[in-house]
Design a protein around this ligand. Structure first.
Ligand code: NZQ
Ligand code: ZN
Length: 388
């Protein structure tokens, strides 16, 4: 481990079939006024809304509802949430939904007591929070982002065609998160597999960086193997509790800051995916899947030993009589085969991207410094073209 770091994760987790009981324990710690944030209505159809509202009522809370948080939440919606939260003088923001709802809740939480434009401060200028933050709690219904145990918040500015994530500090992490794997059973298959690839991408973008002997890399190989195994089971039987619960737990550990410790990290696939999202509003995990193979084949020559290690330790590629490069390439081929079988989107065209959009998407893509190859805009465009 070469880095210097502080490790502190303040989010308390309640996990399992009875996890929602934890909400009864947590609510009394906060004041009376709760902003109940949710998405487009799935929680009303699957009964989670009724269960949460019953607990809020039994705890004597005054609830203001903030429904309609869309996938890839926007600056306009954020402004609405801030208005509601201020008017209700909220003491707690309770997010019930997926990553979009959790991310949005965090964006509202840091903006309620800030008078300026939150997009400019947090998402354009990446400034730290220097005002009071309203506490956030989360009841997770979609697995993938890790938002339930991190400070990430991704907001889309449709006018500027930019989708940007701010990674906030510990004061913005959810105070608690309720993780009941059964709450994810009603997810459409497209969302389930999109989330599975989001998890894989989070791990890979921390794995493909650095060359030291880092314990985090071994943890990641274990997480990836468990993810691949459980995803295969979940795809055959989406109601397999064990597989869905493993996937939920892997998602949390993939992006709760632990496995990044002591490492540089890459994150270029996320920058490409977010730029695609800004131009198409496509489902997050699918934007990552569509650019990944072209990206990894492009950077493979700059990180052959790690790609070989990935091929052997994660995909079980046989090494006998093969060059390091061939083993590395076979690892990516195994990954691509698995992605196809899982039902992931492998081409940007399927997400509505056309060649005419590539210059704009290239312009919206942030360039990261921590991967095996720092890309140029020309390389970004070439990777996008290859992914079409
Ligand atoms: O809006 P509703 O009706 O609830 O439907 C949602 C939505 O349409 C549906 N859904 C969620 N739970 C369900 C369900 N449908 C049936 N049953 C359930 N139990 O799923 C759809 C997608 O939800 P969303 O919250 O958008 O998905 P996800 O969790 O993938 O979140 C994506 C957002 O998170 C950001 C992404 O960029 C994107 O904006 N990310 C946040 C990160 C973070 N905080 O660290 C990191 C990630 O890399 C990611 O960038
Ligand atoms: Zn992601």
């Amino acid at each position: 481990m070469l880095g210097e770091f502080v490790y502190h994760n303040p989010t308390k987790l309640y996990f399992g079939k009875k996890a929602l009981e934890g909400l009864k324990e947590e609510l009394p710690r906060y004041g009376k006024n709760v902003l109940l944030v949710y998405g487009g209505g799935s929680i009303k159809r699957n009964g989670i809304y009724d269960k949460v509202v019953a607990i809020l009522e039994s705890c004597g809370k005054t609830v203001t509802e903030d429904p309609g948080v869309m996938p890839n939440p926007t600056t306009e919606k954020l402004a609405e949430g801030i208005r509601l939260a201020r008017a209700a003088n909220v003491d707690l923001i309770l997010a019930v939904g997926g990553g979009s709802v959790c991310d949005y809740a965090k964006a509202v939480s840091v903006s309620v007591h800030y008078d300026g434009d939150p997009w400019q401060k947090y998402f354009a200028d990446f400034e730290d929070v220097d005002n009071a933050v309203v506490p956030v709690g989360c009841v997770l219904t979609m697995v993938g982002t890790g938002s339930e145990m991190n400070g990430g918040s991704v907001i889309t500015n449709r006018a500027e065609k930019r989708k940007i994530g701010h990674v906030f500090g510990a004061e913005v992490f959810p105070k608690f998160s309720i993780l009941n794997p059964e709450f994810t059973f009603t997810l459409p298959r497209y969302q389930m597999v999109s989330g599975i690839y989001d998890i894989m991408s989070h791990i890979l973008e921390q794995y493909f960086s650095g060359e030291d002997d880092n314990t985090s890399d071994y943890i990641m190989e274990g997480l990836l193997r468990s993810l691949i195994h459980s995803a295969e089971i979940a795809c055959k039987n989406p109601l397999d509790y064990e597989a869905r619960s493993n996937i939920m737990w892997i998602a949390t550990w993939a992006l709760n800051t632990l496995i990044a410790k002591g490492k540089t990290t890459d994150w270029e696939v996320h920058m490409l995916g977010q730029a695609v999202g800004a131009h198409t509003d496509a489902t997050h995990g699918m934007t990552l899947a569509a650019v990944s193979m072209a990206y990894y084949r492009h950077i493979l020559p700059y990180g052959i030993p790690k790609f070989k290690r990935y091929a052997v330790n994660v995909w079980g590629v046989d090494t006998v009589g093969k060059s390091e490069l061939r083993i590395a390439e076979e690892g990516l081929a195994a990954m691509e085969k698995w992605m196809r079988e899982t039902g992931l989107v492998l081409k940007l065209g399927e997400l509505g991207v056309t060649e005419a959009m590539l210059d704009g998407i290239t312009e919206s893509t942030l360039i990261m410094q921590g991967g095996y190859k720092v890309l140029t805009p020309v390389e970004i465009r070439a990777i996008l073209k290859e992914s079409l």
